[in-house]
Design a protein around this ligand. Structure first.
Ligand SMILES: Nc1nc2c(ncn2[C@@H]2O[C@H](COP(=O)(O)OP(=O)(O)O)[C@@H](O)[C@H]2O)c(=O)[nH]1
Ligand SMILES: [Mg+2]
Length: 407
C-alpha cells in the first residue's frame, strides 16, 4: 500500500495571543503550487510551508519543481496546518469551545503554542496592560488543560479496569491502549510512557492520582510534541519575558506574526522583495509606498528583524517539522543523468519523510508498485547503489529501480 507521512501542525493557545494572525501569515504565499497532496481544506485548515536549501545548487542544474516551490535556491515544501480555537481555563471540563478544540488537538501531530510574550493578554484571553499577565503561566496552563483532557478519557472506570488487569495478570497497558483512539495517539506509546513515568505496569491499583497524572503528562509530551512561539515580540515588554521563557524546557521562538503578515502582503503586491523566513527585505518600489508604509516597514526591520533575526513564523514551522517531528527532505528522480522525472522535469518533487526512512519505505511513499517491485536505489550524489534497508539522509536525491521498469 502507498504510504503517506503527511503530518498536521496545530496552532494552539488561549484567545487573543495571535494564533489566527500566525495562521494567516503562515498560509499566505504569493506563488501558488498546482498540486497539493491535501484535499480537506476547511476555513481553519490551510497550507503552510517548510523551508529548506534546495539541492539544485549542489548539482548545478536548473530545476522545475512540481509539488513544491523553489525561490532563489530556497525550496518551500507545503505542509498542513490548523488554527485551533482559543483554549480557556477549564476547557478540559467542556468550558468555552471545549470539545471542538480538543477534537482538533486530537488530529494534530505537533503543537505550536502561541503565547503573547508581551504579557498583555490575561488568563481568559482578554486584553490587559502590558506585563500585567505572566506569559510563563500560559505554558503550564496549556499543558494542564491538555493533560487533564487526556486523564478524563483514560481514567474512565479506572478502579474497575485496574483491578481487572491485576486479576488477569496481563498488565494495564492494553486496556489503556484501547482508549487511545479518541486521542489520536499511537498504541506503542502507552507502555513507553508507563516506563518513563517509573510506574509498575502490573500493579495499577497502587498508582496514586499523582502517578496517573504523571503518566498521562508523559504520554502527552511524547504524542503531542510542542514548541513555544513567543509572539508580539515587537512590543517593548516582550523581550524580557522572552529571556525568562528561554529557561523553560521547550524550544522557544521569538515571533511577530503581525510583522510577518505585513511583510508577506507587501511581497505579494511586489512592493518588497521578501521570502518567508528571510532576515531582511528590500523595498522594490519606494515611489509606490506612502511615507507611513515606509516607516511601518522600517519599524518592522528595527524592532523585529534586527533584534531576532527573522519574524519567527518560518522558524517555528521548520522547527516543528524538522525538530519536533524529526522529518527530513528527500528528492526522488527517475533519470539519474538529468535528475528528472519521465517528463523531463528536473528535481520535480520534495518529500518530507521521518528520519530513519529506508529506501524501500521511500519507494512506497512515491507509489505502492514502486515499493512492491523495488530492486535497488541509486544515490544521485555518488551514483552508488543502495539496498532496500539503506536509511535515507536529509537532502538525498534518490532514483529507485523497480522490477517493472526493467521489464
Ligand atoms: N503587536 C502585535 N500584535 C499582534 C501580533 N500578532 C497578533 N497581534 C494582535 O493580537 C490580536 C489577536 O490576534 P488573533 O490572531 O486574532 O489572535 P487569536 O485569538 O489567538 O487567533 C489582534 O489584535 C492582532 O492584531 C504581533 O505579532 N504583534
Ligand atoms: Mg483566532
Amino acid at each position: 500500500m502507498q504510504k503517506s507521512y503527511s503530518r498536521l501542525l496545530g496552532v494552539v493557545g488561549k484567545p487573543n495571543t495571535g494564533k489566527s494572525t500566525f495562521f494567516s501569515a503562515a498560509t499566505l504565499v504569493a506563488a501558488e503550487i498546482a498540486n497539493y497532496p491535501f484535499t480537506t481544506i476547511k476555513p481553519n485548515r490551510g497550507v503552510g510551508y517548510v523551508r529548506t536549501p534546495c539541492v539544485h545548487e549542489d548539482f548545478k542544474v536548473n530545476d522545475n519543481p512540481r509539488n513544491s516551490l523553489c525561490l532563489d535556491g530556497v525550496r518551500l515544501v507545503p505542509v498542513e496546518i490548523i488554527d485551533i480555537a482559543g483554549i480557556v481555563p477549564g476547557a478540559w471540563e467542556g468550558k468555552g469551545l471545549g470539545n471542538q478544540f480538543l477534537d482538533e488537538i486530537r488530529r494534530a501531530d505537533a503543537l505550536i503554542h502561541v503565547v503573547d510574550a508581551s504579557g498583555g493578554t490575561d488568563c481568559e484571553g482578554k486584553s490587559c496592560k502590558p506585563d500585567e499577565h505572566d506569559p510563563l503561566e500560559d505554558v503550564t496552563f496549556l499543558e494542564r488543560e491538555i493533560t487533564m483532557w487526556m486523564v478524563t478519557i483514560l481514567k474512565k472506570d479506572w478502579s474497575k479496569i485496574a483491578r481487572q488487569a491485576e486479576a488477569d495478570k496481563k498488565g494495564i497497558a492494553l486496556p489503556l491502549e484501547d482508549r487511545l483512539t479518541g486521542l489520536g495517539i499511537r498504541r506503542q506509546l502507552v507502555g513507553e510512557a508507563i516506563r518513563k513515568a517509573g510506574l509498575n505496569v502490573d500493579k495499577p491499583t497502587t498508582w496514586s492520582d499523582e502517578d496517573f497524572y504523571r503518566f498521562v503528562d508523559t504520554l502527552r509530551k511524547m504524542s503531542k510534541p510542542m514548541l513555544i512561539v513567543a509572539n508580539k515580540i515587537d512590543l517593548p515588554s516582550a523581550q524580557a519575558n522572552l529571556e525568562r521563557m528561554k529557561k523553560l524546557d521547550y524550544m522557544v521562538i521569538p515571533c511577530s506574526a503581525e510583522a510577518e503578515l505585513a511583510l508577506r502582503r507587501a511581497a505579494e503586491k511586489q512592493l518588497i522583495d521578501y521570502k518567508l523566513g528571510d532576515s531582511d527585505f528590500k523595498i522594490l518600489n519606494p515611489e509606490k509606498l506612502t511615507p507611513g508604509q515606509i516607516s511601518a516597514l522600517n519599524s518592522i526591520r528595527e524592532k523585529v528583524l534586527v533584534k531576532n533575526g527573522s519574524t519567527g513564523i518560518q522558524n517555528a514551522m521548520n522547527m516543528a517539522y524538522f525538530k519536533l517531528l524529526n522529518m527530513i527532505t528527500v528528492y526522488p528522480v527517475e533519470d539519474l543523468e538529468h535528475l528528472s522525472d519521465h517528463n523531463g522535469r528536473v528535481l520535480p518533487d520534495t518529500y518530507l519523510v521521518p528520519q530513519g526512512t529506508t529506501a524501500r519505505q521511500f519507494a512506497y511513499v512515491i507509489h505502492s508498485e514502486l515499493g512492491d517491485n523495488f530492486i535497488y536505489a541509486v544515490d544521485a550524489r555518488d551514483k552508488r547503489r543502495i539496498g532496500e534497508d539503506a536509511i535515507l539522509k536529509d537532502r538525498d536525491v534518490i532514483s529507485i529501480v523497480s522490477a517493472k521498469k526493467r521489464a
